[in-house]
Design a protein around this ligand. Structure first.
Ligand SMILES: Nc1ncnc2c1ncn2[C@@H]1O[C@H](COP(=O)(O)OP(=O)(O)OP(=O)(O)O)[C@@H](O)[C@H]1O
Ligand SMILES: [Mg+2]
Length: 333
């Protein structure tokens, strides 16, 4: 028996010896055993991850709404999601980290909601498939949160995961039969196993899955997302900067240098938004200075360079260094 006892209370010697009684509030793991030889070692798996299920809002915050370009892809995803269209039930949006899969999914889902295509519900689940700490969400952990989001009463949600799955699919079938269509955005899926059991079976519903991998899903069609075209990347740089500093003239005054900057960002939306956040943080920093810094960062590889070093995955390369140095930049998702 162990565990850190908060409010030690009174534990009788006889309880300890014969009854294995833990009293007071226990924080941490507890082991009950008869006789223990040797030590007991606890291996914590870290705090449990609660699956996040959020309704897709037709309108988001100004920053979340800052969506640029991708007209063809938006049309394509909408055509595939259109409940009256020819599209398949599952749309997979694939591409490298930071390329804009989640942004596109949120944007198109919000448009679909505005068109009142999904009157049953439109829900987004972060499956955390690429969580650096490995805290990915298993599909069976999502049934209960999804059922709650679909307005199923708590007493009708079973404890058992297999039964939850059955109730989940019955609920979706019932909504489908009533013509109340449901859209599920399954974000950050790193394997088919994470999503397969969650995919609606009734033809009225749609699922939009984002992944950095190639997933083969039943009734699915894949759209591969690449970096932005250069002109859209420059527009993103300017709009993201002006979201923070509405009158900032730097991009408009030096479009060719801005183009160099977004080229150095690989026209990757995440990198472009980091660049915009740096410029917003430093209103006196000329674009050329940032281009030079980037060039130096690409070649020097020292800690002096504030730009994250390039690696095989630009999504990984662009994320941690600047936030650590700069507090909470506004590019945050
Ligand atoms: N078309 C766009 N317009 C405006 N901002 C965008 C666009 N695409 C992506 N972004 C922004 O770029 C950043 C990275 O995009 P996003 O999170 O969608 O990438 P991702 O492909 O989902 O990456 P990951 O695989 O890491 O989840 C976010 O801040 C997002 O808001
Ligand atoms: Mg994403």
């Amino acid at each position: 028996m162990t565990g850190k006892r908060h409010d030690a209370g009174d534990v009788d010697a006889k309880d300890v010896v014969s009854g294995n009684v833990v009293s007071g509030n226990v924080i941490g793991p507890v082991v009950q055993a008869h006789t223990i030889h040797g030590g007991v070692h606890f291996h914590s798996a870290g705090p449990p991850v609660m699956p996040m299920v959020t309704p897709v809002a037709a309108q988001g915050s100004a920053h979340a709404d800052l969506f640029v370009g991708r007209a063809a892809q938006v049309e394509e995803v909408l055509a595939r999601l259109d409940p009256d269209g020819e599209g398949r039930a599952v749309v997979v949006s694939a591409g490298m980290g930071g390329v804009g899969k989640t942004a596109l999914a949120r944007h198109t889902a919000a448009l679909a909601v505005r068109r009142e295509w999904f009157t049953g519900a439109a829900l987004l689940v972060d499956l955390r498939g690429y969580d650096p700490d490995g805290r990915t969400v298993a599909s069976h952990d999502v049934f209960a949160p999804l059922l709650r989001a679909l307005d199923v009463e708590a007493e009708d949600i079973p404890e058992n995961r297999a039964e939850q799955a059955a109730v989940y699919h019955r609920t979706l079938d019932r909504l489908g039969r009533k013509g109340r269509r449901v859209l599920l955005v399954l974000d950050n899926a790193s394997s088919g196993d994470q999503v397969r059991d969650l995919l609606p079976r009734h033809a009225a519903h749609r699922a939009l899955v984002t992944t950095r991998d190639r997933l083969s899903l039943p009734n699915g069609s894949t759209l591969v997302l690449k970096a932005l075209p250069a002109a859209e990347a420059r527009t993103l740089l300017e709009r993201a900067l002006r979201a923070d500093l509405p009158d900032d003239p730097r991009v408009a005054e030096s479009p060719r240098i801005a183009d160099r900057l977004v080229t150095m960002c690989g026209a990757l939306p995440l990198a472009v938004r980091i660049a915009a956040a740096i410029l917003a943080d430093e209103p006196d920093l000329p674009l050329t200075a940032l281009v030079d810094e980037l060039r130096m960062g690409a070649s020097c590889g020292t800690a002096r360079c504030r730009w994250p070093q390039r690696s095989t995955s630009p999504g990984d390369a662009c994320s941690p260094a600047i936030p650590r140095r700069r507090g909470s930049p506004s590019y945050a998702r």
